[in-house]
Design a protein around this ligand. Sequence first.
Ligand code: SF4
Length: 315
Amino acid sequence: MYNNPYKNSCDNKRYYTISYYFKKKYNQKVAKVPLNAGFTCPNRDGTKGIGGCTFCSEKGSGDSILKFDQDLETQYEQGLKRMRKKWPNCLGFAYFQSYTNTYADLETIKKIYDPFYAREDVLGICIATRADCLEEDVLEYFANKAREKETWIEIGLQSVHEKTIQRLNRCHSTNEVWEALKKIKNTQIKSCVHIINSLPYETKEEMIDTVKELSKHPFDAIKIHMLHLIQNTALAKKYKESPFPILSLEEYVDVVVRQLEYLPYDCIIERLTGDGMADDLIEPEWTIKKTIVTNEIDKKMAKENTWQGKKSRIS
Ligand code: SF4
């Protein structure tokens, strides 16, 4: 009989998957429907920077399937229909994914989000944003709404290393990320932090240090991405001019397994690799086969008899 020492799991995973979290909470499959609400980003419009983070695509890190010309309601309805072809009867979360989804005044925010909080076919709301775009009144609005409907805020950290952050042109400090996580923690909103492995010139130890440092702060979930070099991004241009080392599949799997060991036992793992966007992707091609990546992670964890939180201070 297969013996999994990790208890927040109902399958062979040795980490706390988001599907396990949803299943336990709602006893049903939950799918996130990606949306493009037409926001921009202070790192693109000149308020904080121009051109955006160097890895960010022209879609503002949004799903490649999203259409800019469809109204939000239609995007949600069609998206949920698509999801239900794969998972009949799944429940839906409205996932405001593209660009910075709190970058507006409170009135505009209410106009966009109120209808989604009111919809019966929306189980919860996820909001992707930047740590420096959480004004007090906006956070208060979402904190109140979170009492009625599950609400998540997703924040891009990417790395804790200053030299990397400068190279990425992230244009806000890591302290702002810690401050934002602290503010969210005082509400019923849940937080998810994004990090990226294989950023230019980072060592494996530095990637693992990002997780060790992050784990000292309050957060509920993490998305771990492999760097995708996407056509027409500043980073892809730099890479073409002067290529920097990129992790192989084997190296990536090793880094992620080490990172999982240092994450708190009860941190929800939303992603261990990004979605392959074959059309726009320059490198690395191995990311297109997402299942292979997660299978390799599972195999390595079983072989080494390790699990999420094994080396965490907070296990
Ligand atoms: S903050 Fe987000 S949307 Fe803005 S440039 Fe960076 S990755 Fe893109």
